[in-house]
Write a protein of this length. Sequence first.
Length: 202
Amino acid sequence: MASLSSSCTGSHRVLYWAFKNDPLFKRLFRDKAKLLEFFYAIELLTRSRLFRAICVVKAGRVLSVAILHDNSNTASGISREALTSLLRSISLSLLLEVMGWLGESVRYRGLLKRFENSCHLVFLASLIPGKGYGSSSLRGVEVICKKMGKDWILLDVDVENRALRFYSRRGYRPVGVALFSGRNYVVLAKPLQCYGARGTGM
């Protein structure tokens, strides 16, 4: 029987499988081994609590995973292994892309300020689409964020990604657009608290 867990060993393989054909990741990680290494670094960062993970596990196998940042975690506890893995996965071109985006992200940061008391869903991936495992992981992170007293959960989705419909059916609404690496991303938000959610002009 499948169950939710915060112990997500092996989640990097699920993330790799889900994103290996994503146009952005194909462009930024031409070497598939580096993409797998990148997601392994992300998994390690969840262990150091820079990110949080919630996954659906069945018979010891991770079937879906959601990676979350709650805007209050710091990088103070990053392990040497996580840092090494991250550095091995990053190419000079990727580093330049990220630096360029940081320089142009004033509008994006301004948008996020409207949702200061929020969690940010960084990745959601399912090994077997259509079985409800991704939805379960998403509900899991929503519960975590709500228990932390957060008012919103945010995420970014490529404008051409079919996942926009998935999130729309689950109460996420567009609040802005972000540009990264020449691609447009819709910023989606969902209120988590029935009362007390700060006004944002949604």
